[in-house]
Design a protein around this ligand. Structure first.
Ligand SMILES: [Zn+2]
Length: 121
C-alpha cells in the first residue's frame, strides 16, 4: 500500500514553460499545463539527462537560441512570444544550476548589469 501511494505521488512530467512537475493523476484529462496553461508537449522526467559541456559552449547555444527566437518574433514568422518564453524558461533552468557563472543569455547579462547598480556612461 505504501509503495502504491509512493508510485501515485511520483512526478512524471515537467512543463517546458513554467517548470512545474506533475504526477500522472494531475495530468489525467488535461490538455494544457494546469499551472501556466502552456499547450506544449510536457517533458518526461525519465528523459532528464546529465551531459558534460563547457559553459562557453552552452552560452553560445543559448545565445543563438535567444537570437533566433527574437528573429522569429520580430520578422513576424511567429504570431506570439510563446517560443521566446519557452527558450527563456530553458535558459533559466540551465542558469539555475550554476547561478554564479556568467549569464547564458544577453537578457541574463542585462539583468545582471541592472542588479549590479552600475551605470552606463
Ligand atoms: Zn506550465
Amino acid at each position: 500500500m505504501i509503495e502504491h501511494d509512493a508510485e501515485r505521488e511520483k512526478k512524471i512530467a515537467r512543463c517546458i514553460r513554467c517548470r512545474s512537475e506533475f504526477t500522472a493523476d494531475q495530468l489525467r484529462g488535461v490538455s494544457c499545463c494546469p499551472i501556466c496553461g502552456d499547450t506544449g508537449q510536457p517533458l518526461s522526467l525519465e528523459d532528464d539527462v546529465i551531459i558534460k559541456i563547457n559553459w562557453h559552449e552552452l552560452r553560445l547555444l543559448c545565445s543563438f537560441a535567444e537570437k533566433w527566437s527574437e528573429y522569429l518574433i520580430t520578422s513576424g514568422q511567429v504570431a506570439t512570444a510563446d517560443n521566446f518564453m519557452t527558450i527563456y524558461s530553458i535558459i533559466g533552468a540551465l542558469q539555475e544550476q550554476y547561478p554564479y557563472f556568467q549569464p547564458l543569455s544577453q537578457g541574463g547579462e542585462l539583468h545582471q548589469f541592472i542588479r549590479s547598480g552600475r551605470k552606463l556612461h
